[in-house]
Design a protein around this ligand. Sequence first.
Ligand code: HMG
Length: 445
Amino acid sequence: MTAVGIDAMEIWTGKLKLDLAETFAAEKGEDPEKYTKGLGLFASSFPDAHEDIVTMGANAAHRLMERKGLTPADIGRIDVATESAFDNSKPVSTYIAGCLEQVYEEDFHHANKGERKFACIAGTQSLDDAYNWIRAGRNRGRSALVVATDTALYARGDPGEATQGAGAVAMLVTEDPDLVELSTEQGYGSADETDFLKPNQQFPSVDGKRSMQVYLARMREALEDFESVAGDTHPDDFAFIPYHTPFPGMVRKAGLLGYRHMIRCTEVEDELADEIGRQPREEEFDDREAYEEAIRGYMDDLKSTDQYREWYAEVVEPTLSISREVGNWYTGSVHIARAAALQYAAEEDRDVTGDRLLVGSYGSGAQAEIHAETIQEGWREEVDALNVDEQIRNRYDISFEEYEQVHDRHNHDKSIELAAFTEPDGEFVFAGRGAMDERTYDYVE
Ligand code: HMG
């Protein structure tokens, strides 16, 4: 069977930076370490006054098409994953195609366009749609363009304000990909939950603490479902495990849970038994509460073992380096975690061709999905082409007062004029609204 997966990716960060320790915590009178150590976040990206989900997505897609030497005729579908859409009918993909048509002679009139919504997991669901379309043989040799783009804003004063972010990831899905092949096997953990939602409103209603419990519960269900088709997983099976990363502290919890699950009934559990005992088994307890307390105790002990710490440092920690500088990108978040891990492998000069990733996606509401990926031969060239670190370094560092202006500028209920802080250079920009209140865009050379 021919491999299908991600051939190439490009990342576009919002061009503004809010320093969480120096600027945000200072203004709120909070300990900066709540951000840097507790949540594991240093900064959030924000869109400049001329940026939005369309410009960020179109700019990422344009870079991707230019680098891969593609024209619109090479693309058979454009799927945009977002939970920040501004229109209940016209999909963001039509706006992005419209932007790209300004800079290419051909058009995308024969490409199928759509928009995927399921909180943060929609980016991975769009990859699945593209994968299935190619596997079904409906692509006529063409590739799929998947764009995950979001402006993750919370209401001012909401605890979620600490975990905001904005950016886009464009991915090209093809046969014989250069970056990673996606596994056919997938596992799901899905339930009707009301932990985080936006009932026709821009900023989420969120029960933060509950959302973290739901994330972990659904992720565990998805892992069990994945194992039911792909066989048991073991910590040594995967070079990296990129998770959906609302903030790195969340992944710290998910990593520990995943490790405990994977070592159960293995030689690792046996090796650790002298130091921390064996994992509690539910049948050994009279009630669920006592069992859960015993599990919490075991997890606390497990967290401090050398085996776990070394595994986490090698397999999970490298996935967090971009997230900690940009915050939550919702649909793009798990995809920047993959990119961060591969960048780390390149920096360490490791040859990871043929190695596997276990990818844990999640969306509130709620659903987790786990699949595996196999790193392809062309990975190094693809990763070396990314300029995300340079983009992160070049962001304009906003003061708290400027942050308030930027937040207002992107608040759909306000119409605030604001001069851009950065100079557009070879990119799409928001140009205003047309006769039917549609958003319009220009390409600035
Ligand atoms: P909070 O109440 O501001 O923070 O809410 P906290 O007091 O819980 O502190 C956070 C962590 O920092 C804690 O660590 C503290 O102990 C620690 P933990 O105990 O959990 O390990 N801490 C410190 N550490 C060192 N030095 C200090 C210090 N102070 C505290 N001085 C919360 C945090 C995440 C709940 C909030 O920001 C929030 O509501 N965020 C939005 C919801 C969210 O991100 N949920 C994550 C799971 S759901 C998800 O991922 C889906 C999502 O992406 C949406 C989608 O799918 O579309 C959100």
